[in-house]
Ligand binder design. Structure first.
Ligand code: 13P
Length: 251
């Protein structure tokens, strides 16, 4: 399995900044036999990027989708629309969508189904809050999120990825502290085991939450961690290319 590096640019980069960073990455020698690299820019920058990147090994993903195919949903963009303009992936249920915009496990499920229907690969984000963790409810939270996402989900001929993103580890204004590699590895193992009740497929599980060029080697050296989903560290050329180069060493 290749190592996944998924760059979630959130609302950090505008149109020009996104295209400049994508073009700078294109000039670098990246070992795509080892790395599956996907960029998740804002919806506005995305079309410009797919036009260039779809001639290359770099992939593009959406940060969010609406589950309806079309209709009177002001401000929304459907999974099929993202597929039509050349996306391969879509983030679903990111913690900022859940906690800032009130997305529920049921919404997440509908988005997953819409992605699969449109042949976009959903990257399903799950993770516990600090409060969950402090109250010993991490497994309870993850169990619930995974059950709603995967129970009776038809994955025949489909791909799906899970991202473990502990909410407490996600950076704010560039400041955050990652989960330790060993702790993340344990949780990934637990998630993979949990997923066995829903599917026979080996579903990749990637880690997000202050992943950066300094901790990526220790994260990826763990048996159960199949890739990383950096936010802040992927938005600056120097830190991102060094994260990719470090990841290549252990992939
Ligand atoms: P940071 O790497 O900035 O903590 O963001 C992680 C994340 O939320 C990726 O989806």
């Amino acid at each position: 399995m290749k190592t996944y590096i998924f760059a979630n640019w959130k609302m950090y980069l505008d149109f020009d900044e996104s295209n400049i960073l994508a073009n700078a990455l294109l000039l670098e020698k990246i070992d795509f036999n080892k790395i599956e690299l996907a960029l998740f820019p804002s919806a506005l920058a995305l079309r410009e990027m797919t036009m260039v990147l779809n001639q290359t090994e770099l992939k593009v993903g959406a940060q969010n989708v609406n589950w309806n195919p079309k209709g009177a949903y002001t401000g929304e963009i459907s999974a099929q629309m993202y597929k039509d303009v050349g996306c391969k992936y879509a983030l679903v249920g990111h913690s900022e969508r859940r906690h800032v915009f009130g997305e529920t496990d049921e919404d997440v499920r509908k988005k997953i189904e819409a992605c699969l229907e449109a042949d976009l690969i959903p990257v399903v984000c799950v993770g516990e809050t600090k409060e969950d963790k402090d109250e010993g409810k991490r497994e309870y939270r993850l169990k619930k999120q995974l059950m709603r996402a995967f129970e009776n989900l038809d994955l025949a001929n489909k791909e799906i990825v899970v991202a473990y993103e502990p909410v407490w580890a996600i950076s704010k204004a560039g400041v955050g502290e990652a989960c330790s590699a060993e702790e993340a590895d344990d949780v990934h193992g637990w998630i993979k085991n949990e997923l066995k009740q829903y599917t026979d497929k080996a579903i990749p599980v990637v880690y997000g939450g202050s992943a950066n060029e300094k901790n990526v080697v220790s994260l990826l050296a763990q048996e159960m961690i199949d890739g990383v989903l950096p936010g802040n560290a992927s938005t600056k050329f120097e830190t991102f290319i060094s994260l990719i180069k470090e990841a290549e060493k252990v992939s």
